[in-house]
Write a protein that binds this ligand. Structure first.
Ligand SMILES: [Zn+2]
Length: 339
């Protein structure tokens, strides 16, 4: 016979040596009553890739169900997303031409600016988040200005601030700098404020790791660096304390929402960020996380829908208030009980 447990919560009554935690799991009704975390459609932000042209809807081969779309198609997609009850999208732009300084990123007639104007006009209630970075726009594929082998910080930050302002002028509701250069949140806050955009929030990619899970995204955003990698600005996957310093810094500079990216291998970071800072916290369920589930599902190795919901629930349980995910539409359908 086992030693009797110490009395406490869920302790066994006198003469009984274990707690019957299964009691509240016996039926779905009971399980639903004690459920601590419930996914909702308003947890999701749906990433979209905008390309030049008209009538373009091209599937990303490593991300089944994800498309590069021209502005007209993006408008249709956004209309659908809004009708489904998903409150927000984030735009990534693939410009017609790339150059050394990423001019397309802060061009008033750039791809994102066009998409934002059009969608804001057609689907005004949908929250439009714009990715603020240069890597999709530079010929070398880096997130900023490159000199020799170095990616320059302050020169790049100046351009990122210009880009954020240009997105706000086009009608973006939230700007989201994803570069991980130092001081960019401060620079963006300053340029927005001096131009009358005091009420535009900044969602900062505060703890963004140099991750192998971004592989499929680089195909979708056509942003693979031509040389080198992003380890001089994105974080080492081994570091957690440093993530907290990054997040603290972005909050001090004026970030309104802080993000951890990727999500699944970094749930400890999501939890620590939420517990430490009590800020609106976002987690990016990235392309590699999506592709793994899709691939294994296709092979019949996992139950794709079940794993999707489990993964997203885990991200929310860890502390994320918002989840950027390519699964947003599928998960919304699952929440609605369709399919
Ligand atoms: Zn970038």
């Amino acid at each position: 016979m086992a030693t009797p447990q110490k009395r406490g919560t869920n302790a066994a009554p006198a003469g009984q040596h274990f707690a019957r935690l299964r009691r509240t799991r016996m039926t779905e009704a009971l399980r639903s009553m004690v459920r601590e975390t419930e996914l909702a459609k308003n947890d999701f932000i749906y990433p979209l890739f905008v390309v030049p042209g008209h009538g373009v809807k091209k599937e990303v081969s490593s991300m089944p169900g994800v498309y590069q779309m021209s502005v007209d198609q993006i408008v249709r997609e956004c209309t659908e997303v809004k009708a489904m009850g998903i409150p927000a999208v984030i735009f990534f732009g693939i410009p017609e031409e790339k150059d050394e300084v990423g001019s397309g990123a802060y061009d008033d007639l750039g791809i994102i600016q066009q998409a934002v104007r059009k969608v804001k006009h057609e689907v005004p209630e949908l929250v439009l988040v714009t990715d603020v970075c240069l890597c999709e726009y530079t010929s070398h594929g880096h997130c900023g200005i490159v000199r020799g082998n170095e990616i320059l910080n302050d020169e790049s930050v100046e351009l990122l601030a210009k880009e954020a302002l240009s997105h706000a002028q086009a009608g973006a509701d939230i700007v989201a700098p994803s570069d991980m250069f130092d001081g960019r949140v401060q620079a963006i806050r300053a340029i927005l404020d001096t131009n009358g955009f005091q009420n535009i929030p900044i969602m900062s990619y505060a703890a963004k790791y140099a991750s192998g899970f971004y592989g499929p995204f680089r195909e979708a955003a056509e942003s693979t660096p031509k040389f080198g990698d992003r380890r001089s600005h994105q974080m080492d996957p081994a570091n957690a304390e440093e993530a907290l310093r990054e997040v603290a810094q972005d909050i001090a500079e004026g970030a309104d929402i802080v993000m951890v990216k990727p999500a699944m291998p970094y749930l400890d970071i999501v939890q620590r960020v939420k517990e430490r800072f009590h800020m609106p916290t976002a987690a990016y369920n990235v392309s590699g996380e999506y592709a793994m589930v899709k691939a294994a599902g296709k092979l019949g190795w996992i139950d794709e829908k079940r794993v999707m919901m489990e993964m997203l629930t885990g991200i929310k349980r860890a502390g994320a208030d918002m989840i950027l995910t390519y699964f947003a539409k599928e998960a919304a359908r699952a929440i609605d009980g369709q399919r």
